[in-house]
Design a protein around this ligand. Structure first.
Ligand code: HEM
Length: 243
């Protein structure tokens, strides 16, 4: 049997690791607060309680959006493994790589990757897509629900009744709004809340899949995926495919 010769490789740079753990903290708290928003009636929250939880959800949402935006840019300038060019299946041959990876794993001689393995690439793309969806729909909801930046001031102007200072339009108070304009604004926001709501369940599913796949890979293949997100280094028993 081939004797493993363990070697340590630097993979994840500091910005990627920081992004990952800040993102984990934000997503966990956004899920918790999102669940409270969903169950507001059952929990007996009054209007002030609802506005408060939505406000905190939006503040954490800003951290989530800024962190995500920095990571999107870092994908253009970061180290080799942080870059979109190595994460996205560009340049062809991806399906072949995926099939070879799955077949090698089935045959009990798993392939090792420094960056994401081909199955990981699919999971990471899905995770980025749903996070971008939550970020964009969330920003629109922040404006249309509690009149928060970046769109809040524009929405207040849209719905303010004639002669009312838009800054005086406050969430859940109908006195200062033009009924027709408010109805139009609610119709405009409908697809955003629908997408935010349904993508929330996709987020839950993908997180379960992501954690399950990492644990499975650690047990079946090894490679120290979890510790690599802390130390930045992967320790592999064989030469990686993407050295
Ligand atoms: C992974 C990220 C996120 C998750 C899991 C999440 C989850 C949720 C959930 C479950 C709800 C309740 C939906 C409903 O009432 O139908 C909600 C509402 C809301 N979210 Fe998020 N959210 C995320 C990101 C964001 C971001 C980035 C922002 C804005 C910066 C944001 C702003 C809002 C607002 C304003 C509401 C209230 C909408 C309303 O009731 O009309 N969310 N979120």
């Amino acid at each position: 049997m081939e004797k493993p010769t363990y070697k340590s490789y630097p993979v994840w740079d500091v910005p990627v690791r920081l992004f990952h753990w800040v993102n984990v903290a934000c997503v966990i708290s956004l899920i918790a607060m999102g669940t409270v928003i969903l169950c507001a009636k059952k929990l007996g929250l009054d209007t002030d309680g609802k506005v408060l939880i939505k406000t905190v959800h939006v503040y954490v949402g800003y951290v989530f959006v800024i962190n995500l935006a920095i990571r999107l840019v870092w994908g253009l300038v970061g180290n080799r493994f942080a870059r979109w060019t190595s994460i996205l299946p560009l340049g062809g041959g991806f399906v072949k790589k995926l099939k070879t990876y799955v077949a090698a794993q089935k045959a009990g001689k798993p392939q090792y990757y420094l960056g994401h393995n081909p199955k990981g690439v699919l999971a990471v793309i899905a995770l980025f897509l749903v996070m971008m969806t939550m970020a964009t729909t969330g920003l629109v909801l922040a404006g249309t629900d509690i009149y928060f930046p970046p769109f809040g001031a524009m929405i207040q102007e849209w719905v303010a009744a004639a002669g009312v200072n838009p800054a005086d339009v406050v969430p859940y108070v109908k006195d200062n709004v033009d009924t027709e304009a408010f109805k139009e604004m609610r119709a405009f926001r409908k697809p955003f809340i629908t997408l935010h709501y349904w993508t929330f369940f996709v987020v839950l599913g993908l997180i379960a899949l992501h954690i399950g796949a990492v644990v499975y890979t650690e047990i079946k293949v090894g490679g120290g995926l979890v510790s690599a997100m802390f130390t930045g280094k992967k320790i592999l028993p064989r030469e990686p495919e993407d050295q």
